[in-house]
Design a protein around this ligand. Structure first.
Ligand code: SF4
Length: 123
């Protein structure tokens, strides 16, 4: 899956919490169980000034690496899956049916208009 879109899809992208914890989603920074790692104190070397090494990895709350929109039957046959990717991975993993149905409705309602606007803007 291409690394485009929100932070969870980008292997090397994180949200840094106020205490140095790393998260894959800003919606989870209030819950330390969602942290996928934590930054160590800055290490100053001659090669890499002020680099902040990750000292632990692995979220207790979500299996971010395992998430695949094609695992959802509904999404696996959906025409919007290349751009939608099931919407918000966090909400999908938490089973938020309200969010997921809203995501489908969003693309169903807006996609054609978005294409028209993009085409008009390209002229
Ligand atoms: S629009 Fe709905 S069914 Fe299609 S990929 Fe997005 S969440 Fe899945």
């Amino acid at each position: 899956m291409a690394e485009v879109g929100v932070v969870p899809w980008k292997k090397h992208s994180f949200v840094v919490g106020p205490n140095g914890h790393l998260f894959k989603c800003e919606l989870g920074i209030h819950d330390i169980r969602e942290a996928v790692g934590v930054l160590a104190e800055p290490t100053i070397t001659t090669k890499m000034k002020k680099r902040l090494p990750v000292v632990s990895t692995g979220s207790k709350a979500h299996a971010w690496e395992a998430f695949n929109p094609f695992d959802r039957e509904l999404c696996s046959t959906c025409q919007f899956v290349p751009i939608c990717k099931s919407g918000c991975p966090k909400k999908v993993m938490e089973g938020s049916e309200q969010f997921m149905s809203g995501t489908c409705e969003y693309w169903d309602t807006n996609f054609v208009q978005m294409v028209h606007e993009a085409y008009a803007g390209s002229k």
